[in-house]
Design a protein around this ligand. Structure first.
Ligand code: NAI
Length: 434
């Protein structure tokens, strides 16, 4: 009934620029390029219709074109209202791939975009694979189009928060298709979440504020993978970094790394830069805002904006708000200025361009292998949440060694036997934590 929209982007004339950057990114994404070489000719994704909902960046464009090269039909939306790079979206649209994404959309447009990706082409064939980041596409399909589930072979999920949602579904019996947890591949969460944020957090704060970071006191809430990378990012910039945690293991890790572990009650009077990285909600509360120093910078690098009580700040606090530039707002709360980045949404994608290509190549190689598994090895999976087998995780890492000039040592047969593995791997038991 609704008319088919082939794509919707901010400005299609940005396509040439997008294409040039995609070409540069390809040179930094050896995993995806190896996968194209290895699987491209046999088109193992032929017949698949993959709807993707993941930050529409230059790196994601390389993922999309890898899936297409493997034979898939692909539609795309972004999983965050601020994360699209408009030149990347334009290049993908110009390549004839239905993409619905632009930077700075509103919530209603966000949902409209996701919905466009569910049905393919003029004849509106429904998707048969889901590639998600955060679970918004999954939720829309399972909750609003439940009749489509039977035709979908499975879904792969990119991030910690999306995986939490899937595990909840598995528990309460509403997971109606196999799901691959890409996040918990070692070559995803121990690289993208950690080393990605180590580069992109400070990049975002600098682009947004141009503030001198050296000498400042910063606090990172949460010392999981994202928190570890974020804390190091700030420390490398010369900040003195405080960490808050609820998990004694992560708190002890932070202390061993030389960070001071405090509560937010203490941090809010000492720090002038606040970063939430918990995947939880209500981390920065009204009382913390009220105790902050003048000109404090507040941002979130977790998946959803409710880590910071933005609802209170916007609607109940009585604060005034002035936009300095897009994604940088100055609030005045009881005479104190507070600078909020990206309206409390993912700061590295809202105020900068997300993680560098190389680390996203690791994540997206896992995504591609997950889609291949779901499409070609369907019978091996029940309606549960899986991680990729370790030999694929090791394969993804191996794809990336030459690019950083690493030479791998080969086990001798005797050595392999001595430590109880095979020469070709896997090299570690499943319980190993890296
Ligand atoms: P994680 O589970 O490894 O770490 C979260 C940490 O926060 C845990 O150690 C937990 O104990 C701690 N925490 C929970 N509640 C807390 C509280 N009230 N106060 C202090 N600490 C608390 O998760 P991960 O992988 O670090 O992801 C965190 C968030 O970042 C998720 O929402 C994830 O989806 C998102 N993410 C964002 C990325 C980005 O580029 N911006 C990249 C990857 C993940």
């Amino acid at each position: 009934t609704k008319t088919y929209v082939p794509y919707k982007v901010k400005d299609i004339s940005l396509a040439d620029w997008g294409r040039k950057e995609i070409t540069l990114a390809e040179a930094e994404m050896p995993g995806l390029m190896e996968i194209r070489k290895e699987y491209g000719p046999s088109k193992p994704l032929a017949g698949s219709r993959i709807a993707g909902c993941l930050h529409m960046t230059i790196q994601t464009a390389v993922l999309i074109e890898t899936l297409v090269e493997l034979g898939a039909d692909v539609t795309w939306s972004s999983c965050n209202i601020f994360s699209t790079q408009d030149h990347a979206a334009a290049a993908i649209a110009a390549a004839g791939i239905p993409v619905y994404a632009w930077k700075g959309m509103n919530e209603e447009e966000f949902n409209w975009c996701i919905e466009q990706t569910i049905f393919f082409g003029e004849d509106k064939k429904p998707l048969n694979l889901i590639l998600d980041d955060g679970g918004d596409l999954t939720n829309m399909v399972l909750d609003e189009f439940p009749e489509l589930a039977a035709g979908i072979k499975g879904l792969s999920e990119e991030t910690t928060t999306g995986v939490h949602r899937l595990i909840e579904r598995e528990r309460n019996g509403t997971l109606v298709m196999p799901a691959i947890n890409v996040n918990d591949s070692v070559t995803k969460s121990k690289f993208d979440n950690k080393y990605g944020c180590r580069e992109s957090l400070v990049d975002a704060i600098r682009r947004a504020t141009d503030i001198m970071l050296a000498g400042k006191v910063a606090v990172v809430a949460g010392f999981g993978d994202v928190g570890k990378g974020s804390a190091e990012s700030l420390r490398n910039a010369g900040c003195r970094v405080l960490v808050t945690e609820v998990d004694p293991i992560c708190a002890l890790q932070a202390a061993m790394e030389g960070f001071e572990v405090v509560t937010m009650e203490e941090a809010c009077t000492r720090a002038s830069i606040f970063v939430t990285a918990t995947g939880n909600y209500n981390i920065i509360q009204p009382k913390h805002f009220k105790a902050m120093k003048d000109k404090s910078i507040v941002c979130n690098i977790g998946h959803f904006d409710n880590e910071i009580d933005m609802a209170w700040l916007n609607n109940e606090s009585g604060a005034t708000k002035v936009e300095i530039k897009p994604q940088v707002d100055l609030y005045n709360l009881d005479g104190n200025d507070i600078i909020v980045l990206a309206e409390g949404r993912l700061v590295n994608l809202g105020c900068a361009t997300g993680h560098p290509s190389f680390v996203m190549s690791c994540s997206f190689s896992n995504q591609t292998l997950a889609q291949l598994e779901l499409w070609n090895n369907t019978d091996a999976y029940e309606n549960k949440v899986y991680v990729l087998p370790k030999h694929l995780d090791e394969k993804v890492a191996a794809f990336h060694l030459a690019h950083v000039g690493a030479s791998l040592t080969k086990l001798s047969t005797e050595q392999a036997e001595y430590i109880g593995v095979t020469v070709e791997g896997p090299y570690k038991p499943d319980a190993y934590r890296y």
